[in-house]
Design a protein around this ligand. Structure first.
Ligand SMILES: Cc1cc2nc3c(=O)[nH]c(=O)nc-3n(C[C@H](O)[C@H](O)[C@H](O)COP(=O)(O)OP(=O)(O)OC[C@H]3O[C@@H](n4cnc5c(N)ncnc54)[C@H](O)[C@@H]3O)c2cc1C
Length: 337
């Protein structure tokens, strides 16, 4: 964590967008003694932000199945930053399971990823009693964590204020009206500056049942999407997430059927759960699906967090701070124009 004994208030740092990318930027800059103002166009409920709809899994090893090595590199650093900043973040690991017909995909997943242990049915039931008798075996990734986006964003916002920063909700700003250091974390709304950005729809469903208890996210191998069940507080579970190349919002019947069926096959008691919410968010993605810190005309933009915003935001904030304070450039992530 960056620390400084003297405030660096001379040059204000304006950050646009209080989603997960902007929140971590604001936090690390405020803690480093900068005079931070975080502008957010929506209210504190943040329902317009993609971050509001996310699963919040911190899963660098599982994601390595489909993601580039840079995601693991930044993700591993982020795990340390999450632990340091919010020590109550659950790091109970995550599980990957499959039904018999997806056996070869399950074995492929095991080959493509690392840092997992294979659990037999008995060991699986020991760590997740609700899954007793449900699966022949599972992959257990003990180092992974998860956060609840709708709880963790307000926590981060409170910590920004505690570190001396200020947050202005209902403040839609024009980047050209801001002076000093400006960090653009507008997600998909930054298409005026990055026309190549696209939205990738992710659909989710929130359900409630006291009949199933899980301590960690459970991923179910599926032929098209990485589907998962994530436990939330108060007997809630998030079912996610599709990944569809469309900027249409809403949840289709087909996706709802797939997500609900996936949960039902993880545990039949989910069949009796109450559906609380259907929702979707658009993941901001560049054509290569990789995150990018762009430095252009004295402005910094952090975007393209795609399906890894919660996993990557802390490490990206650390890189931006390193650039502003020491001129450090990370060639893999930063583009200077
Ligand atoms: C269903 C789903 C599941 C996901 N699951 C995971 C997961 O398990 N783990 C993970 O790491 N990632 C996950 N993601 C991806 C993650 O949600 C995104 O990568 C992340 O939310 C992007 O964050 P962001 O801060 O860049 O954008 P956003 O969250 O969209 O934030 C941008 C903010 O900028 C504000 N804004 C825009 N223009 C202006 C303006 N002019 N002035 C002021 N404010 C402005 C917007 O209102 C918004 O609040 C998931 C995404 C979805 C949709």
């Amino acid at each position: 964590m960056y620390q400084t004994s003297r405030p660096r208030g001379e040059s204000p740092v304006s950050i646009i967008g209080a989603g997960i990318a902007g929140a971590w930027q604001a936090l690390l800059f405020a803690q480093a003694g900068h005079a931070v103002i975080l502008h957010e166009r929506s209210d504190a409920a943040m329902t317009d932000a993609t971050s509001h709809w996310a699963g919040g899994m911190l899963a660098p090893w599982c994601e390595a199945e489909i993601a580039e090595p840079v995601i693991s590199r930044l993700g591993l650093r982020s795990l340390d930053l999450w632990r340091a900043e919010l020590p109550d973040t659950p790091f109970n690991g995550s599980l990957v399971v499959a039904h018999a017909r997806e056996r070869s995909d399950f074995e492929r997943f095991a080959r493509m990823t690392s840092e997992h242990r294979r659990l037999d049915a008995k060991s699986l039931a020991e760590i997740e009693p609700s899954l007793e008798g449900r699966f022949r075996d599972a992959l257990f990734f003990p180092g992974e964590g998860h956060v609840e986006p709708r709880r963790v964003l307000p926590k981060l916002h409170a910590r920004i204020v505690a570190a001396g920063g200020s947050i202005r909700f209902n403040s839609e700003v024009d980047i050209d009206d801001l002076g000093g250091i400006v960090i653009d974390c507008r997600g998909l709304a930054a298409r005026d500056a990055h026309p190549e950005l696209r939205g990738v729809k992710g659909e989710m469903i929130l359900i409630e049942t006291a009949e199933v208890q899980l301590a960690r996210p459970v991923r179910l191998i599926h032929p098209r999407w990485p589907l998962y069940v994530i436990p939330r507080e108060n007997h809630l579970f998030m079912l996610g997430a599709t990944s569809i190349e469309t900027e249409d919002t809403g949840v289709s019947v087909r996706s709802a059927l797939e997500l609900l069926s996936a949960a039902y096959t993880v545990h039949p008691a989910f069949g009796e759960a109450r559906i609380l919410e259907f929702g979707s968010g658009l993941r901001p993605a560049f054509p290569d699906n990789l995150p990018r810190i762009t430095i252009r005309d004295g402005r910094i933009a952090v975007n393209g967090l795609y399906r890894h915003g919660f996993l990557l935001a802390p490490a990206l904030a650390e890189l931006t701070l390193g650039y502003v304070e020491c001129g450090q450039i990370d060639n893999e992530v930063m583009q200077c124009a």
